[in-house]
Structures are given as C-alpha cells and as structure tokens.
Design a protein around this ligand. Structure first.
Ligand code: ADP
Length: 547
C-alpha cells in the first residue's frame, strides 16, 4: 500500500519561491566587483532569477544545457544559481583559480553553452575563449556601461542588459527531481578533473540537512557570510540552505582579506560565517594587531582542510566564537560530518572538549560512513583503529559526469555500494570521525602510520609558525620519516631545534618529525589546500639529517 501524500518533486526553484513568499523582505547584501555595497531582498532576487530563466529560454537553451560561471560570491551569481537550475539547465561553476588550460579543458568537457563571468576574470576569458568552441554566448556580470569595449570576446553582452530585456513573470517548470541541477569539477591533482553532477533532489536534501541544528544550524535569525566560494561545491550549499531558512545573506565578492571581511561582518551584523582555515587565518591576523573584537559573530563553520587547534582556541577563547569543524568533499555536495558536541560532552572540561572539537565530527543524517582495512573489512569505532573511509548517501556521487574514471564505487560483503573518499581516519565510540590523512599523504614509518595532520597541528600551535605542512621522506631503515615544512610568521623567529623541542610531550617520540625545513610559502591548490605533491617536488633534493 502506498502512502497517500502529495507528490511534489524536490526542485531548486521551490527554494527561491519559498524565500520570496515567506521571507521576501530579508536582505541579501553583496560587496561588488565594482567596489561598492549592493543591497536588495530575496523578493528582488527571485524576480531577477525569473528574468535569467527567460533570458536562457530566449537564447534557445535546451533542458540540461550547461551554463558556466566564473564568479565571486555575489547577488548576480545567486540569481544564476536559481535562474539556471530552476529553469532546468545545469549550472557549471568553474573555479577561476584553476590553470587556464584546465578551465578550457573542463568547459569543453562540460560542453558549456554560455559563460557568465565577473569582470575580474575578463583576462581569463580572453585567454581561453578561442579554445572553447561550445560556448556561444558570453555574459559579463555588470551593467552595460561597464562592458569593456574591444574585449575581443565574441557575443559578449552585459548581464544587466541581458536580463532587463526579459519579463519578470515565469512559471518554474516541474520535472523529475533526479534531473541534473549543477556540476563541479574536482581539482584534478591526479589526472584530468572529474565532475560531480548534482541533482535537484540531492541539492535540496543537502540543503535541508545542512540547515539542521547539529549541522550548520541556520535560521531566519542569522546573518550569514559565506566566504567559502560559490564557484566550488555550491559554497557548501549555503545559497540553497539560506533560501530555505530565510537567513540574511552577506556576500564578500572579491575582497577576501581580513580587513574587508571584518568590516562586512561588523556592518552587516553577521552572526555566522563559513570558510576554509586559510581565510580565517587572514581574518585572525587582522584582528589581533588591531585589537578588534566581533560584536555579533557567534559561530563559524570551518572545513575543507583540517582546522588547526590554535585556530579553534583563538576563536573560542579570544573572541567567544564557536568553531564548527566540518568535513566533506566535492563528491559529497560537500557536507559529510560536522563537529557539534553531544549533550553529555558538555560536562567535560575545556581540554577534553577541545580534543573532540578537533575531530571532523559526526555523520549528518543522509550520510553513512565506515572505515575499512586493506581487505575491505570494517574496523571498530574505538577512536584508535584507522582505515580507509567509505561513505554512501543520497547526496554522494554514484559516478562522475560522462562516466569519467569508470565506476568509483566499491561493493562490501553485503553487496552494498560505497564511495571511497581517499581519506584515512578513525571513528570513536560516539561516532566522531577524525581524519588523519589523505591516503596519498599518509606517512608510513616502521610499519606504523603517522598522521601528517597531527604533526602540522602541533607546529601551528607555535606562536612563530604561520603555516606548516608535513610530508614523508624516504628513509633506508624506517621506510619513511616525517619532516615539517614551515612558514614563519612575519617578524617572528624560531630555530629548528626549538621547534623540534616544542613537539616533546605533545606526541609519541617516534612521531616527532626528523627535521624542520623553513620555506617562504607552502604551495596551495585552486581550493586553497596545501598541494603536497608540489611541495614534495620542491623538496626533491632534500636529504634527511643523519643522526
Ligand atoms: P572541498 O572542495 O569541499 O574542500 P575537495 O573535494 O576539494 O572538497 O576536497 C575534499 C578533501 O578535503 C577531503 O577528502 C579531505 O581530504 C579534505 N578535507 C575536507 N575537510 C577537511 C577537514 N575538516 N579536515 C581534514 N581534511 C579535510
């Protein structure tokens, strides 16, 4: 017997319709590429998203055709999120930090038909357009008077004139909720990038889950600043969850420096922010010397790479801001786990709580996870056994776009399919995941694994250390030994011996790195994560000290 409830596909258009109808007056504030602050409401955004949908119809785009963006976090990008997906086309957000060759490659692979870009990325578009034959229309996200003359970019229109010509009326179409809504390519550090192709169903379910109290805890009382970019994994789903909850949205545009972010947080009374550790490093670096405090910020979700304990402590102890450590990946839309304490853990002392907060957290309903050994056998949840982390759930990829890379899933002994994350971690008895490494970054010393994240976290706790990256170096006896590459804080000094001494008592003796190498910078990838492959190349002539 089937249930007798209404059938309504979960479609992205329903989010903006809901926001317009129930929270239409709530503000969306953006720092623009033009430099000024733009302000309007969900109601205005919904109207303009409908104009985008009409404009795409006018271009003759078919259902599922791809519309690409090269854009910062801002209101026009937000309108494209809804106008493109809501009308049945697929939004392809491109990471502008990728190499131009890679951008051309993925635009061709995705067969993008339209490219909408912020003017900051005009040079990039000029560099790649001749190599992107599928793109028929270029839309610059600006008013007509800002459109550059003689740009050399064919069929270039300003976004404002493009949508101004369109009606504000549009009936969002109804279709299968499993239809593709947006896509995002993984950074492709190994081989060509592969695309996760999200569906309306997966994005809507993810939006629901992300808003839950033990996840991002978004509400109509929040003012939310996503520093995490809309060009990568849909800004952790915040543009969708925001419309679902009716929170105020504050978009930072191109200005990611500590001063600009802080000013926006204060003027827009931001209560909640989301970003990767490198961004928060810049923010904290601005606050301290200027003796500033937050007047409204309460919570910040930090993920994308391991959040150093010193950062959690600084936010919490110096500024009274709760850090929610999160883990996920492009293939997971991206949220997998979030670290919020359980009731009985609230009674623990500060040190014990901190040990938990450092973990990547508990699975969100909709994500199942397990750790397995090399033979695929499930390992216990004891916080000690570590193994390959496998996940499954309705917002996790089944396969990549165009079947790239073959079937990524693996079957367990019950025939259940799991996605291998490429991460290695432990899970404790309370279900808290702790990532110890990417599997390709794992350091094996004398048959035992050393967590590079743990080694980095200890170095980062030293006041003179701005950034640390731990890699394994080949060793004749132990296979590999860890060394740590360190960027010193400006104006501060520390010696190799001092830093190695700093490790004593903080980790097992055999896990203490063999050496410290001071570097000017740690190479970062397109999503702001440390590129250890590049670091290893830079250190290829390095020799371990012989003692
Ligand atoms: P995203 O773009 O969401 O960061 P990517 O697919 O680029 O996703 O990278 C995902 C990988 O980043 C994960 O598999 C994991 O190795 C790493 N990662 C993400 N969050 C964390 C975290 N909180 N701690 C440690 N590693 C993390």
């Amino acid at each position: 017997m089937l249930g007798l409830m209404q059938e309504q596909p979960l479609l992205i258009s329903s989010l903006i319709e809901f926001a317009e109808r129930h929270n239409g007056e709530v503000e969306i504030v953006s720092r623009r590429v033009e430099g000024d602050i733009h302000r309007y409401t969900y109601r205005d955004a919904a109207v303009r998203a409908r104009q985008v949908a009409n404009a795409l119809d006018a271009l003759g785009l078919a259902f599922s055709d791809r519309v690409a963006t090269l854009a910062w976090n801002g209101y026009r990008h937000f309108e494209l999120y809804y106008g493109v997906s809501g009308s049945g086309r697929v939004l392809h957000t491109i990471n502008p930090r990728l190499h131009p060759d890679q951008i051309a490659w993925i635009a061709n692979h995705a067969e993008d038909q339209v490219l909408c870009f912020d003017l900051s990325f005009l040079p990039l578009v000029q560099a790649v357009h001749s190599r992107c034959p599928t793109i028929k229309h270029y839309i610059a996200l600006c008013a007509p008077d800002k459109l550059p003359a003689d740009s050399g970019v064919p069929n270039l229109t300003s976004y404002e004139s493009w949508i101004a010509a369109q009606s504000t009326q549009y009936q969002w179409p109804t279709f299968d909720e499993n239809s593709a809504s947006s896509m995002c390519y993984t950074s492709g550090t190994t081989g060509n990038p592969k695309a996760a192709l999200y569906s309306h169903r997966s994005s809507t379910l993810h939006a629901y889950a992300a808003a839950l109290p033990d996840v991002m805890c978004l509400s109509a009382r929040d003012s939310v600043l996503p520093v995490v970019p809309m060009f990568h994994v849909n800004a952790w789903g915040i543009p969708y969850s925001a419309a679902l909850t009716g929170c105020k949205l504050v978009f930072p545009g191109p200005a990611m420096d500590g001063k600009s972010i802080y000013e926006l947080m204060e003027t827009e009374r931001v209560t909640y922010a989301a970003g990767v550790p490198t961004v928060w490093q810049m923010l904290l670096g601005h606050l301290k010397p200027n003796n500033l405090k937050f007047s409204t910020l309460k919570r910040t979700v930090i993920g994308g790479s391991a959040c150093p304990p010193a950062m959690i402590a600084a936010f919490q102890n110096d500024y009274g801001v709760e850090v929610l450590h999160a883990w996920g990946m492009t293939e997971m839309s991206p949220l997998g786990t979030l670290c919020t304490l359980k009731n009985r853990q609230l009674a623990l002392n500060a040190d014990e709580q901190m040990k938990i907060r450092l973990k990547q957290g508990r699975a969100i309903y909709g994500v199942d996870m397990k750790i397995v050994d090399d033979a695929g056998r499930e390992l216990p949840w004891d916080g000690k056994a570590y193994g390959d982390l496998l996940v499954k759930g309705p917002w996790i990829v089944r396969e990549y776009f165009k079947g790239e890379g073959g079937n990524p899933l693996i079957k367990d002994e019950h025939g259940v399919q799991w996605f291998p994350t490429g991460d290695v971690g432990t899970i404790d008895a309370d279900g808290f995941l702790q990532i110890t490494d990417r599997s390709k970054d794992v350091i094996k010393s004398g048959g035992e694994w050393i967590s590079s994240i743990e080694i980095e976290n200890i170095a980062m706790a030293h006041p003179a250390v701005a950034m640390a990256a731990c890699v394994g170096m080949a060793h004749p006896k132990w296979d590999e030994r860890p060394i740590v590459a360190v960027v010193k804080r400006v104006g501060m000094d520390v010696s190799v011996a001092e830093l190695l001494k700093f490790y004593e008592g903080k980790t097992a003796k055999w896990q203490i790195p063999d050496d410290v190498v001071f570097v000017d910078a740690i190479p970062l990838g397109a999503t702001g994560k440390m590129l250890k492959t590049r670091l290893r190349e830079q250190l290829k002539d390095y020799k371990l000290p012989t003692t």
